[in-house]
Ligand binder design. Structure first.
Ligand code: SF4
Length: 254
């Protein structure tokens, strides 16, 4: 595997930034992280693993209430249990319980099917496609939009994908995963909603003249937040009810 993955100065391993041992674990994390902090999700995943239920078969055999008990730490656990069970039920019906069949489809087709499921919005769908399915689909989240807007750049996925240089021994999916991880960590550590820490941020030299956020702290020390996927509120819009898709399988446990 070519390309640079580790950034020891800030304690990052970009190839393992999303802490999951399997594509299905990525999907579980992407659904559970909605509207909560990653630490809470990590507890829920540890509980699933401890109960030997961190698999399609493991969740398939659980009732919604049993699953809810295991993921209680992630918050909104009844809703999230229904969504997880719904995903597994749909995968069984649509793809014979095979994630490889889901991800073998063209990106647009797989994305449309994911978006039709309860609780899976654009950010969650793109996270699943990129981190679980290896599809070259950059994830636009609140952290990324904030950095781009503050640097007076277009906050658009297509623009980012076109702007990411190719090569470096990496395919597009890996480049997008690295960039997403770096942008989220920048957002968590420096580019906070209030009082961005431009004085300590490594991206400060890239700020266009006059674009320095007026509320920015210029001399504060960097605050090293917990590493890992986006946390509380970054997936909030995924909770919105979605339009029914006639091609989607019936949702389980509505
Ligand atoms: S330099 Fe300032 S505006 Fe730019 S990413 Fe860093 S904290 Fe955000």
């Amino acid at each position: 595997m070519g390309g640079v993955s580790r950034v020891p100065a800030i304690g990052l391993d970009l190839d393992h930034w999303w802490p999951a041992a399997s594509p299905f674990e990525v999907i579980v994390g992407a659904i559970l992280v909605q509207n909560t902090a990653w630490n809470n999700v990590a507890q829920a995943i540890a509980a699933l693993r401890g109960a030997k239920r961190l698999s399609l078969a493991g969740i398939r055999e659980l009732s919604e209430s049993e699953l809810g008990e295991l993921i209680r730490s992630s918050g909104f656990w009844r809703q999230k249990a229904r969504r997880l069970r719904g995903f597994v039920t749909w995968l069984d019906a649509a793809h014979g319980g095979r994630l490889d069949r889901l991800f073998a489809q063209p990106t647009a087709a797989a994305r449309e099917q994911l978006l039709a499921l309860e609780g899976i919005g654009e950010e969650t769908a793109d996270t699943i496609l990129l981190f679980a399915g290896e599809h070259p689909r950059f994830v636009m989240d609140a952290y990324t939009r904030r950095v781009l807007v503050r640097h007076q750049l277009p906050a658009e996925r297509a623009w980012v994908e076109a702007a990411v240089p190719s090569g470096h021994g990496m395919n597009a999916a890996r480049r997008y995963r690295h960039l997403h991880a770096l942008l989220v960590e920048t957002g968590k550590r420096y580019c906070r909603k209030r009082a961005p820490d431009c004085g300590a941020c490594p991206l400060a030299p890239l700020l266009p003249a006059g674009a320095y956020p007026p509320q920015a702290k210029r001399h504060a020390q960097p605050r090293l937040g917990a590493m890992g996927p986006p946390s509380r509120g970054e997936h909030k819009r995924d909770a919105r009810p979605r339009r029914a898709n006639p091609r989607a399988r019936p949702r389980a446990h509505q």
